[in-house]
Design a protein around this ligand. Structure first.
Ligand SMILES: Cc1cc2nc3c(=O)[nH]c(=O)nc-3n(C[C@H](O)[C@H](O)[C@H](O)COP(=O)(O)OP(=O)(O)OC[C@H]3O[C@@H](n4cnc5c(N)ncnc54)[C@H](O)[C@@H]3O)c2cc1C
Length: 393
């Protein structure tokens, strides 16, 4: 696809050495045996606090992450900004349990907002709901109205934690995205997110909720969200993704004996994803859209639709995003074409990032999957650079 093909633009920010290193990494990630061993090692590392850092840090960690501390990411953020590619600082905390841990996460996320206030290259902040309350508590509160669950002190704590972050985002004028995780605790997250949008999105979209389009109930949920926002007169902030927990969702549904919440086939997910984009653009008057995907067809669908609705490429209500270390051919080419691009840049203590890294490796493992595509573009750029040197000689 023409817009994504220019590897010179896609990898201008990578030195020859970095490109070669990335090629080796994706070559390994295409190998299912190596991926399996790496997955086992990483899981053992998490469970028993094993010293796997020496292996993971210089390889996948450095490729997919900004660093262990916020300040370590600064140089990379400033460098990417030269290519019109912005970043979302994603503090990689999930499944926090104790109050002290949760408070530390809240403080750190507010630090990312403070960092963003002084840096136009960081246009959003983000957090994971499971970083603000134990997952079991969120799951138990899943059903019922938020007003009915208010009396539950644990849920009230979660709601207050979310509110603290949304209020901080509002005061600083830095939009905040609430990531989506597994469906069995999403209901309470949706309820709180809608409440926060009603509170803070009167003038513009400050709070963004995430909708995972691999769930077959989400198009209706999206329509409900559009309806609520229009009735109550606030801006709807939405991050649209396909969803990262398909295997876990299916396994849990099988184990607990309920129908899987995820579509049975990829095509249905793709159709729902495109329908979500169409619906958001039809309602762009009061909707802001953040599209997180590495799928080229979806992004072409988005750009065609933007054209159809006469929306400017850099319309401030529309952002596209890929994860750090993935799909630079999309991010850098689209940014070059003046679309708003912000890459998710995870950072945080090494142990916190291991679950995230396992998900990235899993996502990249199949030969037909992401690693193959990444490798194809990187190899093409390595060959292009070599041919330039040969021509000069
Ligand atoms: C910036 C950004 C933010 C993200 N935030 C979140 C988040 O908050 N929550 C979250 O869950 N994920 C999040 N993701 C991950 C995302 O949901 C996807 O897992 C990932 O981007 C791969 O999907 P894709 O659209 O890029 O690519 P594609 O390769 O087109 O799609 C792969 C996805 O399709 C779906 N799929 C694959 N096979 C099937 C099948 N047989 N049946 C049904 N569906 C299928 C799955 O969702 C799979 O992940 C984010 C991704 C990005 C880039």
């Amino acid at each position: 696809m023409q817009i994504f093909e220019n590897t010179e633009i896609a990898f201008k920010h990578r030195s020859d050495k970095e490109l070669k290193k990335a090629a080796i990494l994706f070559r390994y990630m295409k190998n299912p045996v190596i991926v399996k061993i790496a997955g086992i090692l990483a899981n053992l590392g998490i469970r028993f606090n094993l010293p796997v850092k020496w292996l993971v840090k210089p390889t996948i960690f450095d490729h997919f992450c900004g660093g262990e501390r916020l300040e370590e990411s600064r140089e990379l953020i400033n460098f990417m900004a030269k290519f019109n590619v912005r970043c979302v600082l994603d503090y990689a905390a999930e499944n926090q349990k104790s109050e002290d841990e949760i408070q530390a996460v809240i403080n750190e996320i507010i630090r990312t907002m403070d960092f963003a206030v002084n840096n136009p290259s960081v246009p959003f902040s983000v957090f994971k709901p499971s970083a603000l309350a134990p997952v079991q508590i969120l799951a138990n509160a899943g059903s019922g109205e938020i007003s009915a669950t208010r009396h539950l002190p644990e849920i009230e704590k979660f709601r207050n934690n979310v509110k603290t972050l949304c209020q901080a985002a509002f005061e600083r004028g830095i939009p905040v995205m609430i990531d989506a995780e597994e469906s069995h605790y999403q209901d309470i997250v949706d309820k709180v997110a809608i409440e926060m949008m009603e509170l803070y999105n009167k003038e513009k979209a400050i709070v963004f909720n995430t909708i995972q389009m691999y769930r077959h109930d989400r198009l209706n949920f999206l329509k409900d969200c559009l309806g609520f926002s229009q009735q109550k007169n606030y801006h709807l902030g939405l991050k649209i993704v396909r969803g990262a927990y398909m295997d876990q969702e299916r396994a849990r549904a099988r184990k607990m004996g309920y129908p899987s919440p995820v579509y049975a086939d990829k095509q249905s997910t793709d159709n729902a994803f495109n329908s979500a984009i169409s619906l958001c653009l039809e309602n762009i008057g009061n909707t802001s859209l953040f599209v997180g995907t590495h799928n080229e067809e979806s992004l072409l669908f988005l750009t065609d639709k933007m054209n159809e609705y006469n929306l400017k490429k850099d319309d401030q209500r529309i952002y596209i995003s890929q994860l750090q270390g993935m799909s630079d051919h999309i991010s850098f080419n689209m940014a070059h074409e003046s679309y708003n691009v912000a890459k998710y840049l995870p950072y945080g203590p090494f142990q916190y990032l291991l679950p995230y890294l396992i998900r990235r490796v899993e996502e990249n493992k199949s030969v037909t999957g992401q690693a193959g595509r990444e490798l194809q573009f990187i190899s093409r750029e390595i060959i292009r650079r070599k041919s330039l040197i040969n021509k000069k000689q």
